[in-house]
Design a protein around this ligand. Structure first.
Ligand code: SF4
Length: 163
């Protein structure tokens, strides 16, 4: 069986969802991590079978990068509340961003967008896995389904990791 070429991408988030991959060493023999900075990959975007995207889109750089990822990816799946609904970052959508950015005398350090939004508002998303953080068994089931060319079965409600 060929390994799946996967990328794990962090946008505006806490890293908690991508860390769930560390709980699934039994799958690592089947996954070729081409991009995963937490796993010390290079910052080089290559064609992928699956892109796992964590986090919401909050900056201009993120808005551009998610489009690049989409162009190079066969299956794009968002993982966790930040990526699927905006997460805690989206709370700022109720305020005017300029109120925050004007607080610093030298203005902005990053080109932040007016709203922090879920990935699906920027590119086509093939699957969404809900949770905060996501549940390892759901992620494992999803990866196995793709490996065996089956249709993934994902709960349409959040099922979080249990500690
Ligand atoms: Fe972290 Fe929760 Fe966002 Fe996942 S959904 S990145 S655990 S805040």
């Amino acid at each position: 069986m060929d390994k799946l070429r996967v990328g794990v991408f962090k946008f505006s988030s806490c890293d908690g969802c991508q860390a769930v991959f560390l709980d699934l060493p039994q799958l690592w023999d089947y996954l070729d991590f081409r991009y995963w900075l937490l796993g010390r990959s290079k910052r080089v975007l290559e064609p992928l079978d699956i892109a796992f995207v964590e986090g919401s889109v909050s900056t201009q750089e993120e808005a551009e990068f998610i489009r690049e990822i989409r162009e190079k990816t066969r299956v794009l799946v968002t993982i966790g509340a930040c990526a699927t609904s905006g997460g805690i970052q989206a709370l700022r959508n109720f305020k005017n961003m300029r109120e925050f950015t004007s607080l610093h005398p030298e203005g902005m350090f990053i080109r932040v967008l007016d709203k922090s939004t879920p990935v699906k508002e920027h590119v086509k998303v093939d699957y969404e896995i809900y949770g905060c953080p996501i549940n390892p068994q759901i992620l494992e089931g999803f990866i196995k389904a793709i490996l065996y060319n089956k249709k993934p079965v994902i709960p349409d409600y959040p099922l979080c990791m249990e500690y």
